[in-house]
Design a protein around this ligand. Structure first.
Ligand code: CP
Ligand code: NVA
Length: 315
């Protein structure tokens, strides 16, 4: 039987996303009502972090415990990964002992190599190229606020024709937004400083017909239903910090950008945020911002994802 991994946003179909959004809403409702739900009793999740994390660590760990399972946490520094054990060998060993693996690492190639030697599903918890769990949470959050059907169920059809403005770096988040747009039928308005465009060699980015590029970030925001941004310097690129500060100075989401967006536009940021750099405080702390729902929803959607990868469609 082939193993279902979640390494890129495109690893699931639009129809599977519809299922996941519905499950996440049910799982969230049960959690809020303090209902016990332990479908993953006796299952173990290994989490491997080669980069720092707050949200990803807590959301996967708390989520797995809430589903009745347990968690093993490894970092480069405290495992043999930091002492050059091949990723393929690590995958063979760990996947004989646990039921599911989540990895945050540098190159996408590393997680793909791990997955191809794993006996159990592997989830991408962020690579240099992609951050699919975050976009899963962002879309769920958008639907909670702007796309519930008459029965209060998140309806991905509400994404059709919507415009998401991406202001900032052409990074892992931007790449993943592009993959999601193509799959789910919305458009991304992309504005990045020159030299920081999305990398056309990243699979799925070159082929994507669902984005338009704007020189001026304000033009990207015009009419957008969601405005979103991210740090100027992603993890692993710290050596470029000074150059990036200069290059990105005009790519700070402020009230003038939100002012040209659709009247009911939302603001999102995957966090951690730097007020006064990529976003002004009055935007991230203002009424259009849904960043705290967005962060919380990481846990609910990932619980739905773990349930789906391990048990399939349960009710
Ligand atoms: N958004 C996100 O992935 O946050 P962490 O880096 O804290 O996990
Ligand atoms: N683009 C950022 C996201 C952090 C959650 C990074 O890769 O550091």
């Amino acid at each position: 039987m082939s193993i279902q991994h979640y390494l890129r946003f495109t690893d699931l179909s639009a129809e599977e996303y519809g299922w996941l959004f519905r499950r996440a809403a049910i799982i969230k409702r049960r959690f809020k009502a303090y209902e016990k739900y332990h479908p993953l009793a006796d299952r173990t999740l290994a989490m491997i972090f080669e980069k720092a994390s707050t949200r990803t660590r807590v959301s996967f760990e708390a989520g797995m415990y809430q589903l009745g399972g347990s968690v093993v946490h490894l970092t480069t520094g405290d495992s043999q990964l930091g002492r050059a054990e091949p990723i393929e060998d690590t995958a063979r060993v760990i996947s004989r002992m646990v039921d599911l693996v989540m990895i945050r690492t540098f190159g996408q190639d590393k997680i793909e190599r791990f997955a191809s030697h794993s006996r159990v599903p592997v989830i991408n918890g962020l690579t240099n190229e992609f951050h699919p769990c975050q976009i899963l949470a962002d879309l769920f959050t958008f639907l909670e606020h702007r796309g519930l059907d008459a029965d209060g169920v998140p309806d991905p059809a509400a994404l059709q024709g919507k415009v998401v403005a991406w202001v900032g770096d052409g990074n892992n988040m931007a790449n993943t937004w592009l993959q999601a747009a193509e799959l789910l039928g919305f458009t991304v308005h992309l504005s990045t400083p020159s030299g920081y465009e999305v990398d056309q060699s990243v699979p799925g980015v070159r082929s994507c017909a669902s984005y338009k590029v704007f020189k001026d970030p304000k033009d990207a925001c015009r009419g957008a239903h969601l405005v979103t941004t991210d740090v100027w310097t992603s993890m692993g690129y710290e050596a470029e910090n000074d150059a990036r500060r200069k290059a990105f100075a005009d790519w700070c989401v402020d009230s003038s950008m939100m002012g040209v967006a659709s009247r009911d536009a939302l603001f999102m940021h995957c966090l951690p945020a730097h007020r006064g750099e990529e976003v002004q405080a009055d935007v991230i702390d203002g009424p259009q911002s849904v960043v705290w729902d967005e962060a919380e929803n990481r846990m609910h959607v990932q619980k739905a994802l773990m349930e789906y990868l391990l048990l399939g469609r349960v009710d």
